[in-house]
Design a protein around this ligand. Structure first.
Ligand SMILES: [Zn+2]
Length: 58
């Protein structure tokens, strides 16, 4: 099974650290889940909300 390949728009890196925030005021978002994908090469952060992106992480 092929998984969607996420690619960093800045450095074109394909390895990311994933962080999730659920009902957590740490990121300033309290009403919905946020998924953050952080590029391991340049630390660029991609934001996904609600798990409804084209990338199905959950
Ligand atoms: Zn990057």
């Amino acid at each position: 099974m092929m998984e969607p390949q996420l690619q960093c728009p800045l450095c074109h890196g394909t390895e990311f650290d994933r962080e999730s925030s659920r009902q957590d005021s740490r990121w300033g978002f309290t009403s919905h889940k946020m998924t953050l994908m952080i590029c391991r090469r340049c630390r660029y952060v991609l934001h996904f909300s609600g798990g409804r992106s084209i990338f199905d992480f959950d």
